[in-house]
Design a protein around this ligand. Structure first.
Ligand code: ADP
Ligand code: MG
Length: 350
């Protein structure tokens, strides 16, 4: 699809770097008060008055973090923004700006980059953020995209990973495991397609899983909700590598232990049915799947009445003292130590 065989596609060499940047960014409008100067100078100028500034960055590499045979470029642009915003929200902050850096090989025509940027633009509109800069360079192989997200938060509202206290409740947003299963479905269909390109897959029963993989959302709504409820979590992290490794990060940074309850872990019905179909254990998938971009946080028990009725939030366990260790209490009420089998960026590239 993105091979430049079609006569109607425009090679990047027809534009040159500056015309390309202009072309891709001409629709971006400044929406945030804190953006004093956006794209076009040597650096962006931002002004945050009394707030603290939070910054987070991610690098995505073709063939390692995404596969363009089933990831449309528009979705890739959208998702690259989302995964960065998720880190800003995990600090209990408001996201306000991003910069976008890309390295591209000449296999990509202008139209492919327009698709990528339309996804970036859609995410910027929906999440109300400004694209204030970036860098554009060539690559000899595939596509690389790096996004840096910037946000603001008052000092008294910042939530770190290290504030969890014994007896706090452990809360997770949304449901878990779907994005990983979505990836498994897409990989399976890719293999089927290789053998029989005429096969028309029926993916309706997996629609939620595929959407969670290809078009994830970040939990800006939760930051707003917590603010409205006047609940400040004692610690928070986003779930990008799986519940198990993220709760272990929270516990290690906070010097505490935890008990998670298997029967409380929120699962979508499609996760349950697909795990049954594939003979997988849904708890293992929820604990280790990754790419869910939900928030995991701890709150003092006093805050429970404010949270308990909310369908977006599920209490899945308790913080224990450090010496108690980190455990999963299974449905059969046995207590097993948590293991982090989350996706490891350095030695597992499946
Ligand atoms: P420099 O030579 O200082 O690196 P560039 O010519 O690369 O500047 O960029 C010019 C302007 O366009 C800068 O404001 C830069 O932040 C912005 N920019 C460059 N590449 C991108 C991109 N891929 N997406 C968004 N903005 C970009
Ligand atoms: Mg540059």
């Amino acid at each position: 699809m993105i091979e430049n065989k079609n006569q109607e596609l425009t090679p990047l060499s027809a534009l040159g770097e500056f015309a390309l940047i202009d072309h891709l960014t001409k629709n971006f409008k400044i929406k945030q008060k804190s953006t004093v100067r956006g794209i076009g100078d040597d650096a962006a100028v931002l002004e945050f008055n009394d707030a603290k500034v939070v910054v987070s960055t991610d690098l995505l590499i073709e063939g390692v973090h995404f596969d363009l045979s089933y990831m449309p470029l528009k979705h890739l642009g959208y998702k690259a923004v989302i995964i960065n915003l998720s880190d800003i929200y995990a600090m209990n902050a408001k996201a306000s700006q991003i910069t976008v850096s890309i390295a591209i090989s000449n296999r990509f025509p202008l139209e492919a980059l327009e698709e990528l940027y339309s996804g970036i633009e859609t995410a910027s509109e929906i999440y109300n953020i400004d694209v204030v800069g970036g860098d554009t360079t060539s690559s000899t192989t595939g596509l690389l995209i790096s996004i840096t997200a910037i946000g603001e938060v008052l000092e008294e509202n910042v939530v770190y990973r290290n504030g969890a206290n014994q007896n706090d409740l452990i809360v997770v947003t949304g449901d878990l495991g779907a994005a990983y299963l979505g990836l498994q479905i897409l990989e399976r269909e890719k293999q089927v397609y290789k053998v029989n390109p005429n096969n028309q897959p029926d993916l309706d029963q997996y629609s939620y899983l595929i959407e969670r993989q290809l078009k994830p959302e970040a939990r800006r709504d939760i930051v707003t909700l917590l603010n409205e409820l006047k609940v400040k979590p004692t610690s928070m992290i986003d779930i990008s590598d799986g519940l198990s490794s993220e709760i272990m990060h929270l516990c290690k940074h906070s010097k505490v232990g935890c008990d998670l309850y298997e029967n409380k872990i929120p699962l979508d019905p499609q996760v349950i049915s697909t795990c049954e179909e594939f003979g997988m254990d849904s708890t293992t998938i929820a604990l280790n799947g990754g790419e869910d971009y939900e928030l995991l946080f701890t709150v003092s028990q006093e805050d429970y009445p404010k949270l308990k009725a909310n369908p977006n939030l599920t209490v899945i366990g308790y913080i224990r003292e450090e010496n108690a260790g980190m455990h999963l209490i299974t449905r059969a009420e046995s207590k097993i130590p948590l293991k982090a089998q989350g996706w490891n960026a350095l030695n597992d590239q499946t």
